[in-house]
Design a protein around this ligand. Structure first.
Ligand SMILES: Nc1ncnc2c1ncn2[C@@H]1O[C@H](COP(=O)(O)OP(=O)(O)OP(=O)(O)O)[C@@H](O)[C@H]1O
Length: 445
């Protein structure tokens, strides 16, 4: 099977090389361009599976490139990289038809995670969720049976526990496996663009809608849509979503035609949904419609039988092709089993990736597993060593992380009080906290 190919468009050579190295280690092939014009020349001859482009570049910027791509193809996924704090640029990018965006600076794991949403690397295409603990085995057996039906499934579990992996598994095990699987992260899309992204829009429906665009529901026709972090959707949009699910048809914004839908709906949330319903943040009727079949991952520490098998699986996934996968020494296994994994499987994956860089000889030793050290740096809020962006941006981000951690400690974890103190919406706070967890930063409960 050939590896998926990405076109990386970035004028900063150092950053471009770092992006390409990360993506190649992640199992992708890369083409490279220094600006939009070079990218269009490459696109005239070759057909990558995804484009990832900076916005600010000389000669031709990322938004102009995006518009040229969209004029020819609605299907090619385009991820744009926006400067830290530049919400306007992110909104503009989504309006012009970007599939998603990444805010700089970001850590390599965040880049790979984002790309994987739209393009599975070859080695994980046939990935089955690893489940060896009795609790996980039972849950996966149930999932395999639920996959055969068309029921909506609500997947719960803490951040990084494997909800998206389970959603892909449900799709792969279903009769829809050969049709599209479209994932959308409701927390990552700016609030005012989520409706247009989900339902699509006609040309001229709002300022900036330069051409018509199908929504994610239409793109998932015949297949499955995953509404990730569904509880982050505002109440107004929740009622529109409910109507689409009930009537099984969608109308693009500014359009008059209804489009019949044949799409299976999966949703995830790492919040307690019943509590979200009780506090009127989530519509009860939508809850029942989506929760036809609930499936739930336990936190990793409550399914200890999964820890070592997952570590072994992640070792072989991340070991560069052609090199034999190292074994875990007995002491290394004991160290993995003795840790509480607040960041769940994603944290384990970070530890494994670091160990693969550090180990020498045929085995991964306990000393190659940077678990305790990570715990120590978590308190001081680290600047990610792998940060791909300039140091000023990283410094600002680090300060923001520290302010959030301090405020959470001061308010004993009350999200509401922290959001009020910092003058941001609870939704924005949750999004920032999720990003911090992705970077391995432990947050006060
Ligand atoms: N059971 C599993 N088998 C194999 N890989 C797994 C499993 N669970 C998680 N992973 C890996 O761990 C990482 C995190 O998983 P995933 O993105 O599915 O978590 P999530 O619960 O959706 O996270 P979030 O709440 O932050 O969106 C991914 O790289 C995924 O491939």
């Amino acid at each position: 099977m050939t590896q998926p190919t990405l076109l990386v468009v970035e004028d900063d050579l150092g950053l471009r090389e770092a992006l390409v190295d990360t993506l190649m280690l992640g199992g992708y092939q890369c083409l490279e361009a220094g600006d939009g014009q070079q990218a269009l020349m490459i696109l005239a001859k070759q057909q990558p599976d995804l484009v990832i482009s900076d916005i600010q570049m000389p000669t031709m910027d990322g938004v102009t490139l995006l518009k040229s791509i969209r004029a020819k193809s609605m299907q090619l996924p385009v991820l744009l990289m926006t400067a830290y704090g530049s919400i306007d640029a992110a909104v503009e990018a989504m309006r012009c038809g970007a599939t998603d965006y990444l805010t700089k600076p970001f850590a390599p794991e965040v880049l790979l995670h984002q790309v994987q949403r739209y393009l599975q690397p070859v080695e994980s295409k046939t990935d089955q969720p690893i489940a060896e603990d009795p609790a996980s085995v039972n849950m996966l057996q149930l999932a395999a049976r639920v996959a055969q039906s068309d029921a909506s499934v609500m997947i719960g579990g803490p951040s990084g526990s494997g909800k998206e992996v389970l959603a892909r598994y449900l799709h792969q095990q279903s009769a829809r496996a050969s049709k599209p699987f479209v994932a959308i992260n409701c927390a990552a899309i700016p609030e005012n663009m989520l409706e247009a992204t989900l339902f699509g829009y006609e040309k001229g429906a709002f300022t900036g809608a330069v051409s018509a665009s199908p929504g994610k529901f239409e793109q998932a026709q015949g297949g499955t849509i995953l509404l990730d972090e569904i509880t982050e959707m505002d109440l107004g949009l929740q009622s529109k979503l409910l109507r689409v699910l009930q009537e099984r048809e969608v109308e693009r914004i500014g359009g008059r035609k209804t489009i019949k839908l044949d799409v299976r709906v999966l949703a995830t949330s790492n919040r307690d949904l019943k509590q979200a319903v009780a506090s009127c943040e989530f519509r009860e009727d939508l809850y029942y419609r989506l929760n036809v079949f609930p499936l739930h991952w336990l936190p990793l520490c409550e399914r200890p039988g999964d820890i070592v098998p997952l570590a072994e699986h992640l070792i072989s996934r991340h070991q560069p092709e052609g090199r034999p996968s190292p074994q875990l020494s007995a002491a290394a296994k004991a160290k993995l089993n003795g840790y509480s994994w607040p960041g769940n499987v994603r944290e384990l994956e970070n530890v494994v990736q670091r160990a693969l860089i550090l180990y020498s000889g045929g085995e991964i030793e306990a000393s190659d597993l940077f678990i305790d050290e990570m715990e120590v740096v978590k308190v001081a809020v680290p600047m990610p060593a792998e940060s791909l962006s300039d140091s000023l941006g990283s410094e600002l981000q680090q300060q923001e992380h520290q302010i959030i951690v301090d405020a959470l400690q001061q308010h004993r974890g009350s999200r509401k009080a922290v959001a009020e103190q910092l003058g941001i919406s609870p939704r924005t706070l949750r999004y920032k906290m999720a990003k911090m967890r992705d970077l391995g930063i432990e947050l006060p409960a």
